[in-house]
Structures are given as structure tokens and as C-alpha cells.
Design a protein around this ligand. Structure first.
Ligand SMILES: *Cc1c(COP(=O)(O)O)cnc(C)c1O
Length: 413
């Protein structure tokens, strides 16, 4: 469900025509719907209303301040993976007490910043990281609250770049080593164990591996409690998938049933780390057709957004539906929608059947709210896109298009 819809032969976001935004702000531009963002957060909150839950939005999916601020006002916490994300959360008015810090490579200065901010917990991914966190905690005269991210060794059945719960993955602590590490932490005066964590991957379209992983990790939680660890939080990670083309991921309610049935006897406060499911279909990338080009092999439509603006197709061979904002009449043709970047992988849409397009026509790349702008770069010295937040009949530019000077800020010729 989202608030992008057709009206009088054109595409709108809530009460604003996308043509108007393109005319006034230019392209490429990411457009988000506030109503969709708020609705998705509400759906997750509702689905878990029966148990104490902290919803920690995974910042890396979309770290734009306006999005963070909206979720902070909606009562969400945040799952961060760097000191930069912590700074963004605080800048956006997020509550540090609802922040969990994930990631395999936290630096000492990032740990210090997070401890000073007073975050909920660190999700620790190795014995050496645990030792460093202990040292940092003692240095500041506090006990750093932590969970171990354990690797439950289940196949999440997703793209190999975004599966994180297999034995071969760099993520998490092997399941068999977890208990020994928790025991060792008892002697470490800069630490206090508060929970157990897992996250098996992203764009999950099957609830079974989720349930299997959480059941294993829940078992560990119960075992540790029985051994006297005063644990309070079970972090079940994120990863719930969305529909880009024909995927049929479980809905939030079905996902919640799977999680709740695997955790109901534990008495733990649940920590959720949803990213994609909150933001993906709340955003589109608006782009304009520059040229058409027919070669003996293919028919190309060259647009003004490229892989630097939206990396997912090039990185994961990901599919995004692409539609004309004002479709023309005429027979459909199969085209390659490509960007201007000097890479053959700069293809936003492969073999798409679309009604006739001409230079100047507007296209919307759909379901682009997650891992879109947050992965954008300035490759080819292209200024990153503007971002717009639509709210009812109005909209606001929440990030200006980068200026040329932004491209070399901090550089010395
Ligand atoms: C990326 C990530 C998430 C969010 O994943 P989504 O697929 O966007 O829901 C949650 N937790 C951790 C540890 C992550 O790395």
C-alpha cells in the first residue's frame, strides 16, 4: 500500500502531481510520501502492540534527516551502523535511548560517541570487538550494554549479497561460540549483557527462515537467562521484503505472527530493525528522458538518472518498475532504460515494454525509497539528486540538489 496513484492520466504523490515537482525542482529527484512513511510505521507498531517492542528503524535504508525526523516523531528508535548514522539520528531529534548500534567494524571513537550519547545497546559481532568495547566502557567508567549478534546459520533464501545469516557470512558470532563469550563477559567490568541479537538478511520473502532463526536465538536467550544473565532484550533484526515486481513477501502481520510465536514464552522486550519495509515503496525516483538511440541490437532510452543516483540495479541486478509519469498513446516497444554514467552496468531497467517515449518525458522509478539516496554517490562527478517530501497537497524540498561546489568540498587543488 502506498500513496502514489494515477489521476487524470498522470502519476501523483498524495495530492501533488509529479510533473509539478519535476518542473519546480528539476530531475533527478527522489520523491517521498509522508502518509506512506507514517502508515508503514503504524502498521509495524500495531502488529507488535501485544508485547513490549522497540522499533529501531534501520537508518542505512534511507538516512535523510526528514525521514529520520518523521520516524523519531512517530516514536521509533534507530538501528545504526556507524558514528555518522548516530550523528544523523541525534541531529534529526532521535532518542539515543532507543538506538542500537550494529555492524562488524565499529571503531573506538564510534563506540565512545555512542556510549556518551547513552544508546540502548551495542550489537557486538566478534570476540575482539567485545574486548575493545569492554576497554572503552572501563575508560569512560561505565558498563557498555551489549547483545551478541549470533549467526544462526539459516539460509534466508535471498540474494547472496544481502544474505547475512549463513555460516560463511562475515556477520555475527558463530552460534556455538556465543555462550562462552557471554560467560567471558562476566569478568569484564566495562560491559553488561542485556540481550541477544540476530539479523539473517534483507529482502526476505519467506517467513520460515525468520522463524527458524529466531527460534534458535530465542533458545539461546532462554539458556542464558537460566544461567543467570539478566537479559531483557531480544533483537530479531530486520529484513522483511517488499514487492519490487512479482515477489510475495509475508505481510507485516504474518511476519509478526512468526516472530511472536517464536518468542512468546521468553518475556523479552523485542527489538525490531525494519528498514526496507518502512521506506521502499514510500519513494520514487523522478527522471527525465534525454535521448533515444536505436542500435542494430537494441533500442535505448537514455535518462538523466544513473547508477550513481540509484545503485540497486547495477549492484544487485535489482528490478524496479519504471513508468511514464504521463503515458503517451501508441504501441509499446521493448527498451533499455539506461543512465548517463560511463559503465555498461548503468542500466536502470532492462527489456522494458513501454509506450512511446520522447526527449523531455518524465519517468518514475518506483519503490526507490530504500537503499536509493542512501547509496547515491557522485561517481562521474554527478551531483546527487534532490529529495522532496510530499505531505497532502503540498511538498517540501528536504535535501537540495548538490551544487557544483559540493563536489569538491574539502579538496585542495
Ligand atoms: C540492513 C540491516 C537491517 C535492515 O534491513 P532491511 O532489509 O532494510 O529491513 C537491519 N539490521 C541490520 C543489522 C542491518 O544490517
Amino acid at each position: 500500500m502506498n500513496h502514489f496513484h494515477e489521476q487524470r492520466g498522470a502519476l501523483w504523490a498524495e495530492g501533488v502531481a509529479l510533473c509539478r515537482i519535476a518542473d519546480e525542482v528539476g530531475t533527478p529527484t527522489y520523491v517521498y510520501s509522508r502518509a506512506t512513511l507514517e502508515r508503514h510505521l503504524g502498521v509495524v507498531r500495531e502488529a507488535f502492540a501485544s508485547v513490549p517492542t522497540v522499533i529501531c528503524y534501520s537508518v542505512k535504508a534511507n538516512s535523510t534527516l526528514a525521514v529520520l525526523s518523521l520516524f523519531a516523531k512517530g516514536g521509533a528508535g534507530f538501528d545504526i551502523v556507524s558514528g555518522g548514522e548516530l550523528a544523523r539520528v541525534l541531529k534529526a531529534g532521535g532518542d539515543a535511548k532507543k538506538v542500537v548500534f550494529s555492524g562488524v567494524g565499529k571503531r573506538e571513537d564510534e563506540m565512545v560517541a555512542a556510549l556518551r550519547a547513552g544508546i540502548l545497546m551495542f550489537n557486538v559481532e566478534s570476540a575482539e570487538e567485545l574486548a575493545l568495547l569492554d576497554r572503552v566502557g572501563r575508560g569512560l567508567g561505565v558498563r557498555a550494554p551489549f547483545s551478541l549478534r549470533v549467526n544462526p546459520d539459516v539460509d534466508a533464501k535471498t540474494h547472496r549479497y544481502i544474505a547475512t545469516g549463513l555460516k560463511t557470512s562475515k556477520f555475527g558470532v558463530p552460534f556455538e561460540e556465543a555462550v562462552a563469550l557471554y560467560r567471558a563477559s562476566r569478568r569484564m567490568k566495562g560491559l553488561t549483557a542485556v540481550g541477544v541479537d540476530c539479523h539473517i538478511g534483507s529482502q526476505l520473502t519467506d517467513a520460515r527462515p525468520v522463524k527458524e532463526a529466531i527460534t534458535r536465538v530465542g533458545g539461546l536467550y532462554a539458556e542464558l537467562k537460566a544461567q543467570g544473565f539478566p537479559l531483557t532484550h531480544l533483537d530479531v533484526g530486520g529484513g522483511l521484503g517488499v514487492t519490487y515486481s512479482s515477489e510475495k513477501p509475508p505481510g507485516v502481520a504474518a511476519y509478526a505472527r512468526a516472530v511472536l510465536s517464536a518468542t512468546k514464552t521468553l518475556g523479552a522486550t523485542l527489538v525490531l530493525e525494519p528498514g526496507r519495509v518502512l521506506v521502499a515503496n514510500a519513494g520514487v525516483l523522478l527522471t527525465r528522458v534525454l535521448f533515444r538511440k536505436q542500435t542494430p541490437a537494441k533500442r535505448f532510452v537514455i535518462v538523466d538518472a544513473g547508477m550513481n543516483d540509484l545503485l540497486r540495479p547495477a549492484l544487485y541486478e535489482a528490478h524496479h518498475d519504471i513508468v511514464a509519469v504521463k503515458p503517451r498513446r501508441g504501441a509499446k516497444a521493448t527498451v533499455e532504460i539506461v543512465g548517463p554514467v560511463c559503465e555498461s552496468s548503468d542500466v536502470l531497467g532492462h527489456a522494458r515494454s513501454l509506450a512511446p517515449l520522447q526527449g523531455g518525458d518524465l519517468l518514475a522509478v518506483k519503490t526507490a525509497g530504500a537503499y536509493g539516496m542512501s547509496m547515491a554517490s557522485t561517481y562521474n562527478s554527478r551531483q546527487r539528486p534532490a529529495e522532496v517530501l510530499v505531505d497532502g497537497d503540498d511538498y517540501r524540498v528536504v535535501r537540495k540538489r548538490e551544487a557544483l561546489e559540493d563536489l569538491w568540498r574539502g579538496e585542495t587543488p
